[in-house]
Design a protein around this ligand. Structure first.
Ligand SMILES: [Zn+2]
Length: 273
């Protein structure tokens, strides 16, 4: 099989629902990761969330999100690992904050200290966000999260899919949606790219393969991978070098951190099958 390793996708147990997938063929690239970039994440939650869920239940759900994200990173051969830095409850956070991500970040700075928020925003590989109780009660829309790509900041709903956190973190690395979704919401690729101060790479888009989407896509049925031509599913490539290689976006980011000797941590390969 040369450089490719053939894997039976049926062996993958998805952390989201512990659903065991069928015996479809999933081919991942040969990958020998020795050094990974650690990306610690701090979660801020409304104190009122305790009325709906126990703190241990909330922590285990967040750890499940991180675990799913690490599976996606590992399957995509990206030398990066998500870790839990802290979970902090803030009395003043309420659902009204989630009407606008920039306002939410400003309010967070007001209550926990703008210097701390600035420090988190300026970090090279550290992320922070607010978890709200329910996507429906907050945005009152189909959105389950948002990302502020210039400030390492995200918002997600506790009741969203496990893949949602990694999707928002992908945005913070400037990984983008599939082109069909961009055309639908932004009008065109040109308008989409013009909306960024820091332009995303032209290959920073999600993909589909054999009818299933990669993690940055808007497909309901998703595979635990970033788009990349190095992965195929049921004989169909899950990306291409020209406009669907989000894995390269994240790999390049990780390599830039590693080469700068920042946030280096040696860990075993976390790939799960
Ligand atoms: Zn998105």
């Amino acid at each position: 099989m040369g450089l490719l390793r053939k894997i039976i996708y049926g062996l993958i147990v998805c952390c989201t629902s512990f659903q065991v997938f069928g015996s479809d063929e999933f081919i991942l690239p040969e990958c020998n990761i020795q050094e990974v970039v650690e990306t610690p994440i701090t979660f801020f939650l409304p104190e009122a969330m305790g009325k709906h869920h126990s703190k241990s239940e909330i922590k285990s759900r967040i750890k499940r999100w991180l675990s799913y994200g690490n599976q996606v990173l590992s399957n995509s051969c990206i030398p990066m690992v998500r870790t839990l830095d802290n979970i902090e409850y803030v009395q003043e956070i309420d659902e009204s904050w989630f009407q606008d991500i920039h306002t939410a970040r400003d309010l967070l700075g007001y209550y926990i200290g703008s210097e701390r928020v600035s420090e988190l925003s300026e970090s090279k590989a550290q992320y922070y966000g607010i978890v709200f109780i329910s996507a429906e009660s907050s945005f009152k829309s189909e959105w389950c999260g948002e990302a502020d790509v210039y400030n390492n900041f995200f918002m997600v709903g506790l009741d969203c899919d496990d893949a949602n956190l990694e999707h928002e973190l992908g945005h913070l690395h400037l990984a983008g949606h599939d082109i069909k979704t961009i055309n639908k919401f932004s009008g065109s690729l040109v308008l989409y790219r013009d909306s960024f101060y820091k332009k995303p790479k032209k290959y920073a888009h999600a993909s589909t393969c054999a009818g299933r989407g990669t993690i940055m896509s808007y497909e309901k049925d998703q595979l635990p991978i970033y788009s990349t031509p190095e992965v195929s599913y049921q004989g169909d490539q899950c990306g291409n070098a020209i406009n669907a290689n989000n894995a390269k976006v994240l790999r390049d980011f990780a390599h830039s951190i590693l080469s700068a000797n920042k946030a280096i941590k040696l860990t075993p390969n976390t790939r799960q099958f």
